[in-house]
Write a protein that binds this ligand. Sequence first.
Ligand SMILES: [Fe+2]
Length: 396
Amino acid sequence: MYYHRLGNIPPKRHIQFRQPDGSLYREELVTSEGFSGIYSTLYHKHPPTRIKKIGEPVKYGPKKIESYNLRHTHLNTSRLQTTGKDYLTARKVLLSNNDCSISICSPSERKMNFFYKNAEGDEVLFVHEGGGSLISPLGKLEFHQGDYIVIPRTIIYKLEFNEGPLRLLIVEAASPVETVKRYRNQLGQLLEHSPYCERDIRPPLDLFADDNKGDFLVQIKKQGYLHQYTYEHSPLDLIGWDGFLWPYAFSIHDFEPITGRIHQPPPVHQTFQGHNFVICSFVPRLFDYHPLAIPAPYNHSNIDSDEVLYYAEGNFMSRKGIERGSFTLHPGGLPHGPHPGTAEKSIGAKETHELAVMIDTFRPLHLTEDALEFVDDNYPMSWTENRGDFNEINAP
Ligand SMILES: [Fe+2]
């Protein structure tokens, strides 16, 4: 991430900075990885420590399935309408391990009457359908279909969604979610070979500087509970901030694909990294152009990782069963590859219009109880049947 500032801040850190009535603004330093990671300095109208009430915590989190056979899994979530009422009840974790979890979220309510803070995980929201605004003390961040929204842990926020179809894919990470290390120089600037650069990363704009008092509920997620904290002032009371730690949006449509004469490996699609997992974007692109190229991917044994693909857009109707909104999980320990006939039929194809998000984890994922209703029992045998036509799924 890069340095950004918004609103009014004093000329130096940790010095007197006074409000119009002569009282001090309240400085809050938000640091990651102790004091070794990125950080931001926030200036509040009110002390961020001042609370009115602590309510009873509410149990919150997925129920893992411990005994699930080793098999390729297709979770078809294409037909779901809504997954719950508000943003938090609608977040359904389908796959998880100790490093990250993968959820689908389609709330029926378009506005939140509370704030939310994830105190233990960074979050990446992929906006498959819908748009709206992320409201946080650091400002307003508008998002659109196709955006990734990266929200560092401890940022208080709420979401306002536009009317219309709404579907979010959410990755929650136990570690910081970062741009890819090999894309950066030693000072953190994104390099020439990076598929995106700082211009593509959108910071929050328009501080609220809200001085309202009242009851402001912040639900704080930590260790399997939502802790109920009521503040006596609006959390949106910042007058200014600066630093490297802030929520941002990045559109998958701004990811510039890397192509080659022969099939390029999945790391060229990498978009973000976390500890023990990566997030990749498969976007519309030209196919391989060697005269003997086979655009369809080869069979692959991923011996160290579980591979999850979320199919967002493209012509995958010809792959029986896979639909817009499908997940596939190809676990480590089993080879996966193109369906029968696909490699031959891909020869000569010039381009793909697919849009897919891949999450590869280096430790096994567990299905959750919420995932079971979406399991396609026919998928493990789908390489044995003759499934026919080439389709645009080129992601591995
Ligand atoms: Fe693969």
